[in-house]
Ligand binder design. Structure first.
Ligand SMILES: Cc1cc2nc3c(=O)[nH]c(=O)nc-3n(C[C@H](O)[C@H](O)[C@H](O)COP(=O)(O)OP(=O)(O)OC[C@H]3O[C@@H](n4cnc5c(N)ncnc54)[C@H](O)[C@@H]3O)c2cc1C
Length: 400
């Protein structure tokens, strides 16, 4: 078994970060900045050299060009090394990671940040007939299909935030297309009545037909079947019904939850393998109000916190517990409208919300902020250490 890791001097502590999404990029830039003068080699592994702005994939899916965000360019000068490749296995006993089935990278500390993908396995026909918003290539394929569709029909399955944003974007960009949003819940069900009503009004204005309280039981090439034998005709189906994580952590013997996410202690270390930190969508991180659900909003702080903890541990100090409270749910409704629901730390809605132009500006500011934040953190790591800790909502009685 050959190792492709750059030779590091004996005694150098090797930190391997798997996944350069919102969480992994935060971990890499923080850690490189905090360990610049220490005997530490930080290596970031990712499938692509270009950073995927998942928050904007519905824009890619409607033919809009995004900025080229080059991970190697951002890491240049930070001391962190970048390896492009697909992680195929983790050996938690030997402390190695296999990349592209051929290269083997060694680690002393691992940061597991491989994110999540759309769950296409639970409903028959999704894998074969539906599009997903998992990465730029799938989103671009959908954009090409939509561009050729003419006056056809698109069914977006899943009335969560991804489904809402995608349905609105498609309806705005392709007014000739009939767009139907199908889901079990009303769109914006977790919002306060004002925000929910605004969101519903915007979907109506854009011509999106909403079918709520519906469970899709099968996707066919020309339709989706609903529980109760109803079918909805569809030339194109976009599936946004839930996410799943890679089986790599479970296969490596790490303790995972029922969804395959790495179960962490309060400092974001795997409960079974404390030399492994897990962050972002791939981790099951408990707060006082429950386990975090995957967002960029929480993912970036988990990356920063893991880096701070690793830097502390390298100095012989104990990591601190991670605490995070949600503060907003910004939802785009095409390019010219949006709604922002402000939330309590446990993600329940507050009374306050933004709508219209203010919300568009807010949403764009949020979506554009990660990349400049990584750049700033790589020079000034403390600039990234601010996020709401959630007060009493996030206090764990057994927090270590
Ligand atoms: C269309 C859409 C809109 C969204 N909008 C919002 C929003 O407005 N606000 C919000 O907070 N959240 C939003 N989310 C959720 C948010 O994108 C995720 O919670 C966030 O991306 C999680 O960050 P992460 O770093 O854990 O994972 P990711 O960002 O998914 O990054 C994981 C990285 O790991 C790489 N990777 C995965 N497997 C491998 C492998 N085996 N080998 C090598 N590399 C691998 C991937 O290519 C990727 O670069 C949205 C998601 C979608 C799909």
């Amino acid at each position: 078994m050959s190792t492709a890791h750059r030779q590091v001097p004996a005694g150098t502590h090797r930190v391997l970060i798997l996944g350069a999404g919102y969480a992994g990029m935060a971990a890499a830039t923080q850690l490189a900045a905090r360990t610049r003068r220490a005997d530490v080699q930080v290596t970031l592994v990712n499938a692509q050299e270009r950073f995927t702005e998942r928050l904007r994939l519905h824009m890619t899916a409607t033919g809009q060009r995004l900025a080229e965000l080059d991970i190697t360019e951002l890491l240049a000068g930070t001391g962190a090394q970048f390896v492009r490749g697909w992680v195929t296995a983790v050996d938690a006993h030997a402390k190695t990671v296999r990349v592209d089935d051929s290269r083997v990278l060694r680690y002393d500390t691992l940061v597991y940040a491989l994110g999540s993908v759309t769950d296409t396995a639970t409903v028959p026909g999704v894998e074969e007939h539906a599009y997903t918003l998992d990465g730029p290539s799938g989103a671009t394929t959908l954009a090409d299909r939509l561009a050729r569709l003419g006056a056809g029909t698109v069914v977006v399955v899943g009335s969560g935030l991804t489904g809402i944003e995608a349905a609105a974007e498609i309806a705005e960009r392709h007014p000739e297309v009939g767009v139907t949003l199908v889901g079990q819940q009303d769109p914006g069900a977790s919002m306060n009545p004002k925000a929910r009503a605004y969101l519903g009004g915007a979907l109506t204005r854009l011509g999106v037909q909403v079918i709520s309280g519906a469970a899709v039981t099968r996707v066919r090439p020309d339709a989706v079947e609903l529980a109760g034998a109803e079918t909805v005709a569809a030339d194109v189906v976009l599936w946004t019904g839930g996410t799943r994580v890679a089986p790599l952590a479970a296969a490596a013997g790490l303790t995972v939850d029922e969804r395959g996410r790495v179960v962490t202690d309060s400092a974001l270390r795997s409960v079974s393998h404390p030399e492994v930190y897990a962050i972002g969508d791939a981790a099951a991180i408990r707060q006082g109000y429950g386990v975090l659900h995957g967002t960029c909003q929480s993912g970036m702080p988990t990356g920063v916190h893991a880096a701070v903890s690793i830097a502390r541990a390298l100095r012989g100090r104990q990591p601190r517990p991670f605490r995070f409270g949600y503060y907003h749910t910004p939802v785009s409704l095409g390019r010219n409208d949006a709604v922002v629901q402000f939330t309590r730390p446990d993600d329940s809605p507050r009374r306050g919300c933004l709508t219209g132009r203010m919300a568009v500006w807010y949403k764009e500011t949020v979506s554009a902020s990660p990349w400049p934040t990584y750049r700033r953190m790589s020079r000034l790591p403390s600039s990234g250490a601010f996020w709401p800790r959630g007060g009493r909502f996030t206090r764990l009685r057994d927090a270590r």
